[in-house]
Unconditional design. Structure first.
Length: 197
C-alpha cells in the first residue's frame, strides 16, 4: 500500500472523527438549551466549517495532484504532533462534559470550567486545532494546504475567540476567573471595555 493511500485513509479517519464531534455537539447543544443556554457567533460558524472542510479535502488533493512525497524526517514528527493534538482535544472535551460543542454556547450564570487543561491555559481545544491544521497536511508534505490553512485558521480563531470570550464574560465574568491564564495570541488578556464590544 502506497504512502499516498495510507495518508488518504488517515484523512478519512479524521473525517469520521469530525463526524463524531458533530454528534457530540448536537447532543450537548440540546442539554445546554434545556438549561437556558444560547448560541453566539452563528455568523462565523459556516466559514469555520468551510475552512476545515477545505483542509480535509485540500490536503489529499495536494498530495495526489502535486505528487507530494512522504518524508520520514517531517512526516513521523507530524504524526506525533497529531496524536498529541487529539489527546489535548479529548482532554478538553471530557473536562467540559456536556458543555463542549463545536459551536459557541453560553449558559448565563454557569461558572467557567477550571479543571483539566483549563487549569493551565485558556482555549486548549483551539491550541489543538492550531497545531492540527499545520501538522495534518505536513504528514505527507502538503505544505501549501498547511500554510493556507494555518493563515485562514488564525484569522478565524481571532474572531471565534473574541466572540466566545465576550459572551462568557457577559454570562459568567470569564476574565475575572480565567483572565490570568495564558491564551493563544488571538485571545485577549483583559476584559474588553464596552466601547470595544
Amino acid at each position: 500500500m502506497s504512502s499516498q493511500t495510507l495518508f488518504l485513509c488517515l484523512m478519512l479517519a479524521v473525517v469520521a472523527e469530525r463526524g463524531l464531534e458533530l454528534l457530540i455537539t448536537r447532543r450537548n447543544a440540546r442539554h445546554l438549551k434545556a438549561r437556558g443556554g444560547h448560541e453566539v457567533g452563528e455568523a462565523h460558524y459556516p466559514w469555520m466549517a468551510l475552512l476545515h472542510t477545505g483542509l480535509l479535502v485540500g490536503a489529499p488533493l495536494e498530495v495526489y495532484m502535486l505528487q507530494r512525497t512522504f518524508e520520514p524526517w517531517l512526516g513521523w514528527p507530524m504524526v506525533g504532533v497529531l496524536c498529541a493534538t487529539m489527546a489535548l482535544r479529548y482532554w478538553a472535551i471530557i473536562t467540559l462534559g456536556d458543555r463542549w460543542t463545536a459551536r459557541v454556547f453560553v449558559v448565563p450564570g454557569e461558572s467557567p470550567v477550571l479543571g483539566g487543561p483549563y487549569r493551565y491555559f485558556r482555549h486548549p481545544n483551539y491550541l489543538a486545532v492550531v497545531l492540527e491544521v499545520a501538522a495534518l497536511p505536513l504528514i505527507h508534505s502538503a505544505w501549501l494546504t498547511a500554510s493556507l490553512g494555518s493563515v485562514g485558521n488564525a484569522f478565524m480563531l481571532r474572531t471565534r475567540i473574541r466572540v466566545e470570550e465576550e459572551a462568557l464574560q457577559d454570562a459568567a465574568e470569564y476574565f475575572e476567573v480565567l483572565g490570568d491564564r495564558p491564551s493563544l495570541p488571538f485571545g485577549s488578556s483583559r476584559r474588553p471595555s464596552k466601547d470595544e464590544r
